[in-house]
Write a protein that binds this ligand. Sequence first.
Ligand SMILES: [Zn+2]
Ligand SMILES: [Zn+2]
Length: 330
Amino acid sequence: MPDATAKRELGRGERVLRGVYRLRLPLPWPGVPHCNAWALQAGDGFVLVDTGVHDEHSMEQLERALAMCGLSIADVRLVVCTHAHSDHCGQAVPIVQRAECELWMHPSHELMSRMVDDPEAVLARRLEVARQSGVPEEPLRRYAAQRGNSEPLIVGPLQADRELVDGVTVQTDLGEWIAYETPGHAPSHVCLFQPERRLLISGDHLLGRISLYFEYGYSSNPVGEFLRSLDVVERLGARLCLAGHGRTFADVHAHIHGNRALVEDHLYKVLTAVGEEPLTAFDVVGRVYGEELSQQNGQWLLSQTLGYLTHLESTGGVTRIAGEPERWAA
Ligand SMILES: [Zn+2]
Ligand SMILES: [Zn+2]
C-alpha cells in the first residue's frame, strides 16, 4: 500500500507582517494539502491561533514551521482555536500541555468532543442520517466499512480554559484581536478581528478559494447561520484576510459576495430539484450534483444538501415530510 505520508508536504513558516507568522501545516486529506495556523507575537512569546491535525508526525511539522520563524512551542503563551475541526484544533491539547498555557475556544464543539470520546457513535449517527436521507443499504455498508478505519486526527479532552465568544479579546504586540462568533461552517466557528490594522483571521469562514462546508446536525440551520455570519464579517470592513487554508487575500468584500452568490446558487439548484413529487435528500444530491456518492464525497454532499434543504424549509420554499426515509417537497 502506498504510504500517504510520503507525498505530504512539510510544515513551513513565513512572516506575513511584523509579528504575524503563517504556519503552513500538512494535512492527510486529498485535495486539501495543508492548513494554516498563525503565530501572533505577544511579549516574550506568541499566541498560537489554530494547531493543525494530530498524528504521529504533526508536532514535528509544527516545530519545523515555527523554527523557520525563530519560534518554538515553549514560547506559546496561549492557544486559540477558530473552530473545532481537527485541522484547526487537532493538537491543541498536546501543545497546551507542553507550553503550560491556556486553550480558548468556542463552547459549541459537540461534534468534535463526541469524535474524541466515541468515534463509533459519531459514525453510527452519520449512518443513521444517511439512512434517513434515503441512501440505499449497499453504499451505506460500504461507507461504514471505509469510514470505520479513519483516524479522528484529534487529541482530547477538548476543554477550554476560556470560552471564545463574542467580544473576547486576545492581546498581541500588534494590538487587540476581537472575537466574533461566525457559526455556519461549524457551530463553534469564531473569527478574530484586529480593528486598527483591519486584519481578519477568518478560519474556514472565508477562504481564498471559495469552498462551502456546513456542519449539519449540530445546530438548527447552518446555512442560515453562515449567511448571517457573512453579514457580521462584512460589517467589520477587513482589508486583509488570514484564512485557515491557502494564502492571505485582500479583496475580502469580493470573497464575502462570492460566498453569498455561491450559497444562493446552490439554494436555487436544490429548490428547483425538489419538485411536486416528494424526494429524499439522496435523490436531491443526484439531481443537483449528478455525482455518485463515494467515501470521499458522500458525507460532504449529503450534509450540504441537508443544510440547503433545512434552510429552504425555514424560508418556506420546501416542506419536510416525516417518514422512513424522510422526503422533501416544494
Ligand atoms: Zn473547518
Ligand atoms: Zn479547515
